[in-house]
Design a binder for this molecule. Structure first.
Ligand code: GLU
Length: 262
């Protein structure tokens, strides 16, 4: 049997915070414990928010934590063509459509909320087909959304995922018609993460509880694209005394715990 494969997949949109350090260490230590592999993946599809200096600081901080990873590191920004190819596949299967609403339009039109509190998009609340056609003709930017109802009709439901040793029922419909790509960016976190986990042979996804609900979308995409499903473990988040706030991104010398160790 081949070795289990773990990964830590930060987005270089800022410095790592303590929650990231916890995630990275849990993955790395578990990989060591079971004789598995540990991969680092840079999730930098958002070219406006991701910065080379943050990527550099991720490498430095992980090294400082005593973590080592396999080379080469997969950087998602090097693989847009692969994500675009999978998007085209879904499009050819009539599972995607373009939606032209801006953020302000969404705030005005959409009443439902997704598990993260964002707009839970449903087609009947969005622009009418005529309005969408006008925007299309004007060459306006769009989001490529998954037709959730269609998608769910193509897979066996209910879907489940393995959370450590339990089966959890997945409810992707709670996200509405999720965005899988954009005019300017032929990928989304959901699509790229799912494809890369499969491509890199990841068997164990260990990440924060903030991504627990996203796993439902990931399971659906795995089924639609014929990809294997890893085992998941969503670990607790590090919060302050109020129990509400996440630690802010801070570099080692300023971080209370690290400063003690330094
Ligand atoms: N890139 C994501 C983040 O930094 C994590 C993705 C994942 O672990 O699936 O929040």
């Amino acid at each position: 049997m081949s070795a289990p494969v773990f990964r830590f997949a930060p987005s270089p949109t800022g410095h790592l915070h303590l929650g990231h350090a916890l995630s990275a260490l849990l993955n790395f230590q578990e990989a060591e414990r079971v004789g598995g592999r540990f991969l680092l993946r840079i999730e930098d599809i958002d070219l406006t928010r991701c910065k080379p200096e943050f990527e550099e600081s991720i490498y430095e901080d992980l090294e400082w934590l005593g973590i080592n990873w396999e080379s080469p590191v997969r950087r998602q920004s090097d693989h847009f063509e692969e994500y675009a190819a999978e998007l085209s596949r879904l499009e050819a299967e009539h599972l995607l459509y373009a939606s032209y609403e801006t953020r302000a339009d969404l705030a005005r039109l959409i009443t439902g909320r997704d598990p993260e509190g964002g707009p839970r998009y449903s087609r009947d609340e969005g622009f009418s087909p005529e309005e969408a056609a006008e925007r299309e003709a004007a060459g306006e930017p769009y989001a490529l959304r998954l037709d959730m109802e269609q998608a769910l009709s193509r897979v066996e439901t209910p879907l489940f995922w393995t959370e450590v040793d339990k089966q959890v029922e997945a409810h992707p419909e709670r996200w509405g018609d999720v965005v899988l790509g954009r005019k300017q960016m032929p990928a989304s976190y959901h699509l790229a993460a799912v494809l890369d986990d499969a491509l890199q042979g990841v068997t164990h996804v260990v990440r924060g509880k903030d991504l627990f609900e996203s796993t439902a979308v990931h399971r659906l995409l795995q089924e639609l694209l014929g990809l294997p499903a890893p085992t998941y473990r969503h670990h607790h988040l590090l919060v302050d005394e109020s129990g509400k706030n996440y630690p802010s991104a801070t570099r080692r010398p300023h971080c209370a715990i690290c400063a003690k160790a330094a």
